[in-house]
Design a protein around this ligand. Structure first.
Ligand SMILES: C[S@@+](CC[C@H](N)C(=O)[O-])C[C@H]1O[C@@H](n2cnc3c(N)ncnc32)[C@H](O)[C@@H]1O
Length: 242
């Protein structure tokens, strides 16, 4: 008699929203309470996992396997490859046993998220694995809500870039767009401030960190940020027409 074939599990990318546990979608919450395996990618820059903090109270570690894996913060794709390989093997093992696996991410899973790499690795490892995405409220929506200003209106154009981009690139983007969002700004505020000053945009910029959480901070006087250690979950929004 041949072996009984086990159906493979589904790999889910679940956006948990920007921080307030009430901002996860109903669909995302139901799925997270159902799956047997939850995978939590986190960067070396966070000591804990912000995404896990958001959903922890919804999970049940007595019946769900919660796997925590650290991806170092670096731009070296080759260096990161081994971490992606290891984690995707772990995920593929569970999926191969027929278990559904959810990977949680802050905000939306397809917006600057490690999930995109995991999704690629999993489908390279086994193209027959079903992959489903449950979108989430992104941090940009959370930050514009925190400042009660529209992100863009009518004919305005929006650029979203990592602030770790080269300074000349940031300068060019600021010249070309009415609204600019600088993600991952925490470590480079001191490099960004002179660019904003050069362009006369310092008073048009706002810094928001941990939006929608109890630790939310909104700073309009950017000089207050100089030489400060800032939270990784922060961004700057520059609105020329505010
Ligand atoms: C790897 S990206 C994740 C983006 C996420 N997938 C999303 O949809 O918003 C991390 C960056 O998102 C931004 N971020 C995430 N959560 C935030 C929050 N609650 N408040 C402010 N910025 C946040 C920060 O710029 C941070 O450096």
């Amino acid at each position: 008699m041949g072996k009984k074939r086990v159906d493979k599990g589904t790999f889910y990318g679940v956006g948990v929203g920007p921080g307030d546990p009430e901002l996860i979608t109903v669909k995302g919450l139901k799925l997270l309470q159902k799956v047997p395996v939850i995978y939590i990618p986190k960067s070396g820059e966070e000591s804990g996992s912000f995404a896990l903090e958001v959903v922890e109270k919804y999970l049940d570690s007595s019946r769900q396997e919660i796997i925590d894996l650290v991806f170092p913060m670096c731009k070296d794709r080759e260096g990161l490859q081994q971490f992606w390989d290891q984690s995707s093997r772990l995920i593929l093992d569970r999926l191969g046993l027929g278990l559904d696996v959810a990977c949680i991410c802050i905000g939306d899973p397809l917006f600057y998220s490690t999930f995109a790499h995991m999704m690629r690795k999993v489908s390279e490892g086994d193209p027959n694995i079903p992959i489903k995405i449950i979108p989430g409220v992104s941090s940009i929506s959370a930050c514009t809500s925190a400042i009660s200003l529209p992100l863009v209106q009518a004919g305005e154009r929006l650029a979203v870039i990592p602030a770790t981009y080269d300074p000349e690139g940031i300068h060019q983007v600021l010249l070309g767009f009415e609204t600019v969002v600088l993600m991952k700004v925490n470590r480079v505020v001191d490099k960004v401030l002179p660019i904003l000053e050069d362009l006369g945009l310092k008073k048009k910029a706002v810094f928001v960190s941990r939006a929608t959480t109890d630790a939310q901070e909104v700073v309009w006087d950017l000089d207050q940020l100089r030489d400060k250690r800032l939270d990784y979950h922060s961004m700057m929004i520059i609105k020329k027409h505010s």
